[in-house]
Write a protein that binds this ligand. Structure first.
Ligand code: TYM
Length: 330
């Protein structure tokens, strides 16, 4: 009986990379277990980039609506908002006291910004510790994530090991689960699809905008009539993860044969995205317009998550030597 856990930051509306790299595989993996999974919206992590409270809430509801539109069953699994379980920030502190500076300084998320240190907040620097706390608080076994999170999972295991060695066996060591074919999905400019690069495809939003974005995917100047290498083309890479296998093979042959232009490939990709996510797009529209229903779902999930979190945290408090919270001082 494995406990699956994963989170999505509410730094914007989820994009195709989030859907294929995390949300859909997580739901599939969660449904394959008999135990409920822990799936959440990492709004505290989003505070490292979002400073507008209304925007943070907007994004949080967008992420919630996406999970539900993609088929997450909130009765069967524990679906919640990270900040509704404040125990996670306390565990972050205990783990942070065991996190060596060089480990955090080696994190990709920090190193990317290391040349502009004035822009690095303590929150960004200790981001991996909060993520470790997310995972360890709920004693997760399996963590489905995109490849970009590999290092964070290694740090989580290191911190769990450090805690267990220091205070005695407490935490399970979680295993990451990656999907080979969509390890790192490219965005429309060929870099990793990411909100921070502005190169995402929003497949649950308005179709006209999606169509325009697909047309903007960067391609090389090979003329229509010339044969093309499908592996080097972002349009083909994206098509191959959303279209049925026979259609992908057909496109591959067309690339190799020549006489098939990138414009045609982009139209095929747009159609594939439209079809593949039609049901989710409709469900997203429904959920995103009903915040009362979203709140209800999230609060029910928070109650279940919190009960679990308090169990772990009271053991942690005892082990590190601080008193239980609910004790009176008389
Ligand atoms: P975030 O919000 O950046 O991304 C959410 C998930 O989507 C995956 N992903 C991608 N997969 C494939 N191709 C891409 N281009 C792509 N972009 C994003 C990410 O790998 C991730 O699985 N720190 C995490 C959120 C988090 C978390 C956790 C995850 C907080 N606590 C605990 C797991 C467990 C993050 O920023 O993901």
């Amino acid at each position: 009986m494995s406990r699956v856990l994963t989170g999505i930051q509410s730094s914007g509306k989820p994009h195709l990379g989030n859907l294929l790299g995390a949300i859909l595989p997580a739901i599939e993996l969660a449904n394959a277990q008999s135990a409920p999974a822990f799936l959440f919206i990492a709004d505290l992590h989003a505070l490292t980039t979002i400073r507008d409270p209304a925007q943070l809430q907007e994004n949080t509801y967008a992420v919630a609506a996406t999970w539900l539109a993609c088929g997450l069953d909130p009765e069967r699994h524990v679906f919640f908002r990270q900040s509704d379980v404040p125990e996670v920030t306390e565990l972050t502190w205990y783990l942070g006291c065991l996190a060596p500076y060089p480990m955090l300084a080696n994190a990709h998320s920090f190193k990317e910004k290391a040349e502009r240190l004035a822009e690095v907040s303590a929150g960004l620097f200790t981001y991996p510790v909060l993520m470790a706390a997310d995972i360890l608080l709920y004693q997760a076994d399996l963590v489905p994530v995109g490849k970009d999170q590999k290092q964070h999972l290694e740090m989580t295991r290191d911190l769990a090991g450090a805690f267990n060695r220091t205070y005695g066996e407490t935490f399970k060591l979680p295993e990451p689960v990656f999907r080979e074919e969509v390890m790192v999905l490219p965005g429309i400019d060929g870099r990793k699809m990411s909100k921070s690069y502005g190169n995402t495809l929003d497949v649950l939003g308005d179709l006209e905008t999606l169509h325009k974005r697909v047309k903007r995917i960067v391609t090389d100047p090979t003329p229509v009539e010339a044969p093309k290498d499908p592996q080097k083309c972002i349009v083909f890479q994206l098509y191959s993860v959303v279209a049925p296998p026979e259609a992908v093979e057909e496109m591959r042959q067309r690339y190799l044969a020549g006489g098939y232009g990138y414009g045609q490939a982009k139209e095929a990709l747009f159609e594939a995205l439209k079809t593949r996510f039609a049901a989710q797009r409709e469900a997203y529209l429904h959920w995103s317009q009903d915040r009362v229903a979203l709140e209800k779902v999230l609060q029910q999930g928070a109650a279940k998550a919190r009960a679990e979190a308090q169990k772990t945290l009271s053991e942690v408090r005892r082990k590190v030597g601080v008193r239980p919270v609910a004790v009176s001082f008389s």
